[in-house]
Ligand binder design. Structure first.
Ligand code: HEC
Length: 167
């Protein structure tokens, strides 16, 4: 029990030390205004404001419930991750659950791949993520994706679209 408490504290410190990264990724979420890179031309800038997403607000709301119940224990309530550095292997050689809020590399994977990870988990690749294929309905999986993507800046979202996104 005590060990668990200590672990939670260490984890919290981990989050705080990562805060510089994650704050940036979530900034646009909290105030609803996207943060533009300072070198963006005004033309680029106007394209970046309020980029249209594939999902609806309702999907994000459902996704919050799905995520809280099924994913938050490993990925953090706001998909911020709960383990220090997602790039560093744990003692057993597996990777910790990465943040999904845009600060790690989930946005490198097109929708199809994200859904495949949720369906089959990471066990086939020597990972620890469980499979959700028999646990969640398709609309719930999509909603979970919509939820963690709601933390992505428009800039990250656009890069994701360029790398495959929903195509
Ligand atoms: C038991 C812990 C655990 C749970 C619960 C869990 N995950 Fe994961 N997840 C991981 C780990 C660990 C990885 C890294 C790959 C691996 O080791 O399997 C991962 C990887 C991912 C990735 C790939 C991220 C990337 O950057 O490539 C996505 C997407 C993902 N999880 C989404 C979810 C969603 C959505 C849920 C809930 C439906 C969920 N996970 C539940 C542990 C978990």
């Amino acid at each position: 029990m005590n060990f668990k408490t200590v672990k939670i504290f260490l984890t919290l410190f981990g989050i705080i030390s990562l805060a510089n990264c994650t704050d940036q990724a979530t900034a646009s979420q909290t105030d609803g205004v996207s943060v533009l890179p300072s070198n963006a031309s005004s033309e680029e800038a106007s394209e970046q404001v309020g980029v249209k997403r594939w999902n609806s607000v309702e999907q994000v709301a459902l996704g919050r419930e799905v995520f809280t119940q099924n994913c938050a224990v490993c990925h953090g309530a706001q998909a911020q991750g709960i383990v220090g550095d997602w790039r560093e292997k744990l003692d057993d050689g597996s990777f910790p659950p990465p943040p999904l809020n845009g600060s790690a590399h989930a946005w490198h994977h097109p929708q199809e791949v994200l859904l495949r990870v949720i369906d089959y988990g990471g066990e086939a690749m020597g990972g620890k993520m469980p499979a959700f294929i028999d646990v969640l309905e398709q609309d719930e999986k999509l909603a979970a994706v919509a939820y963690f993507q709601s933390f992505w800046t428009d800039e990250i979202y656009q890069q994701w679209m360029q790398m495959g996104g929903t195509n």
